[in-house]
Structures are given as C-alpha cells and as structure tokens.
Write a protein that binds this ligand. Structure first.
Ligand SMILES: Cc1cc2nc3c(=O)[nH]c(=O)nc-3n(C[C@H](O)[C@H](O)[C@H](O)COP(=O)(O)O)c2cc1C
Length: 308
C-alpha cells in the first residue's frame, strides 16, 4: 500500500513540477523535485548539466519560445525510476542556437529517464529528436527542389576562380592526400575552415578516421604537385618534399601557405563529405598562389591588378 502511495507521489510531483517549469516558467518549482546535486545527461556527446544550469536552459528556451508547451504523452514508473515520453511545441520568436527568430511553429519530441533517490530526482537522461528541431528551425532542409541540368551548374562553377590546395592526412604513418579546390574559410574567431572531399576518393576513408588534416595552398610553380595529387597514384608523396607539421599532418614544402586543422564535423552532403575544423597551426610565405579557373591553371603574377 505504501509503495502505491510512493508511486503516485513521484509521478504526480514530476508532472506538476514539469508543468510549472516548462509551461509556466516557474523554474524554482524544480528545487523541490531535483536534488541539489542533480545531474542531467544528454547523451554521450552532451555536456552534463547541474540543477541551476538546467533551470537557466529552460529560461533560455522559454525566452526563444514564449508560448512553449510541453506535454507528457506517456509516463511509466518502476522502482525508483520514471520514464517520460514528452512533446514540446512553441513559436520561435527569440534567438535560439544562434538562429534569429523565424516565427515558425516548432515541435520536438523526446524521452527522459529519471532516477529518484528517495523523494528527489538525482539523475536524468534526456534524448530528443535533434534533427526534428534543426529542420523546424530551418537549419537543415530535406525537401528536394526540381532537378536542374548538371552541365548548366558545372558551367556556373567554372566561372568561379579558386586556388588549388592539397588536403593531406597521416594515415597510421602513411601520408595521404588529394588536390582540392573546394576549400573555404568559415570563421576567424574561432578560426574555422572547410574542405569538400568526394566520397569516391581513395583518400576519403583516411580523412574520415583522421583527427587532423592539412590544407596546403599550392604556389604558382607547383603545377606538377597539383597534377600528382589530382591523380590516383599509389604513393603520391614519393617525389614530393614534405615534413610532418606540429600536429603530425604531412605538409608540402614550398607551398604558398599551409594550415593544420583539427577536424570538427564530417557532414555527408550529396556525393561529398564536408570536413569542418579548427585551424591549429598556420604558416604562409612569399610564394604567389596557383590559380585555377575554368579548368585551367594560371600564374597570378601575370594578371593586372584593378584599381579599387
Ligand atoms: C584543380 C582541382 C581541384 C579539385 N578539387 C577537388 C575537390 O574540391 N574535392 C574533391 O574531392 N576532389 C577534387 N579534385 C579531384 C581529386 O583531386 C581527384 O579526384 C583525385 O584523383 C583524388 O585522388 P584519390 O582518389 O587518390 O584521393 C580536384 C582536382 C583538381 C585538378
């Protein structure tokens, strides 16, 4: 009999405190439910939160979604544990995860496992459909537009002038690399860059398992290096002068500039993987960079600067 009372009590207390905190913004209602050393875990990659951090995160969510409504769709209690399946809805009217207000209705579903220690919750594990949230905020779009002529798109890309880089990595002691012009700076603070590598490339698996990659911006007199790394050779480094950088990444000597990058994300997009990462070492010299345009290579020192 006392067990039954206990149960009802836990279920009811959790439901009441959740409603107060998530739906009314009364986060202090959680003080009676969560133990002072409460820990909220959000998957292995998520940083664990304490009670105050959790309360602050509810405030932040409610600031971005003032009409937030969280509904408990299912709740199961067993022993000192509670499993909750929930669904939250709200209109995005304040900045959230760096995304300015979109005015969109957003819906996210998830599940929480709570472990009670006596009367209070000591620990919670939370999982939710993060893709659903990213799509609702418009960070990712999965809808497909009508097909467009690939030759037309290729023609557009040929109008875009780039340099040529060799993206390298150390594969358990073996240097690997390929020619890449899909390189871009993303941000200076922190210093983030990206490269796009086709999944069919033989260097791709090594890059995918690597922690670091190198980007060597080739100099105008390194056309032979560009050709070597645009090929499918067994040992492309055989006739190349190179040395490992501070982070063990193979760096090609006499390049115009070089960075070592600690890989942050590997995003599968179409036929390519976009590797983003943080620049952890950098150098550049006086050598003019090699230029690639419309399928040909150019020496920038032969071009006329325009007044600006
Ligand atoms: C100028 C130039 C730019 C290139 N840019 C890219 C690129 O951005 N991404 C990519 O995956 N391949 C790019 N390639 C093609 C690869 O370098 C080429 O497919 C290479 O043979 C791949 O070698 P691997 O299979 O040994 O890795 C480029 C080639 C050239 C000549």
């Amino acid at each position: 009999m006392s067990r039954t009372l206990d149960r009802t009590n836990r279920t009811e207390r959790l439901s009441t405190a959740w409603d107060a905190a998530w739906n009314q913004g009364e986060v202090q209602a959680l003080d009676a439910l969560l133990s002072p050393d409460y820990v909220r875990r959000r998957g292995p990659a998520g940083v664990a939160q304490g009670r105050d951090e959790f309360k602050a995160s509810i405030d932040a969510v409610r600031a971005a979604f003032p009409d937030l409504h969280t509904e408990i769709e299912d709740l199961v209690e067993e022993g000192g544990r509670l499993a909750v399946r929930w669904r939250s809805t709200g209109r995005h009217t304040g900045t959230f995860m760096g995304v300015p207000p979109t005015g969109r209705p957003v819906e996210v579903s998830g599940a929480t496992f709570a472990r009670f220690d006596g009367d209070t919750v000591a620990e919670e594990w939370v999982t939710f459909d993060s893709r659903q949230l990213l799509e609702a905020l418009g960070i990712i779009t999965t809808g497909h537009a009508a097909a467009i002529d690939p030759d037309l798109v290729r023609g557009v890309h040929r109008k875009f002038i780039t340099g040529v880089t060799v993206v390298t990595t150390d594969d358990a002691g073996t240097p690997r690399g390929l020619a890449v012009n899909a390189f871009s700076s993303i941000s200076l603070d922190p210093p983030m860059v990206l490269v796009c590598v086709q999944r069919s490339s033989s260097t791709h698996p090594a890059l995918h398992r690597a922690t670091h990659l190198g980007v060597n911006i080739l100099a105008a007199d390194q056309l032979d290096v560009a050709k070597t790394f645009a090929s499918k050779g067994e040992d492309k480094f055989a006739d190349i002068r190179w040395a490992p950088g501070e982070h063990g990444v193979p760096l090609i000597e006499d390049s115009s500039a070089q960075v070592e990058v600690e890989i942050a994300e590997r995003l599968e997009v179409g036929s390519h993987t976009v590797f983003t990462g943080r620049v952890v070492s950098a150098r550049h010299g006086d050598r003019a960079p090699l230029v690639y345009s419309g399928g040909g290579f150019f020496d920038i020192s032969q071009t006329a600067p325009l007044p600006w």
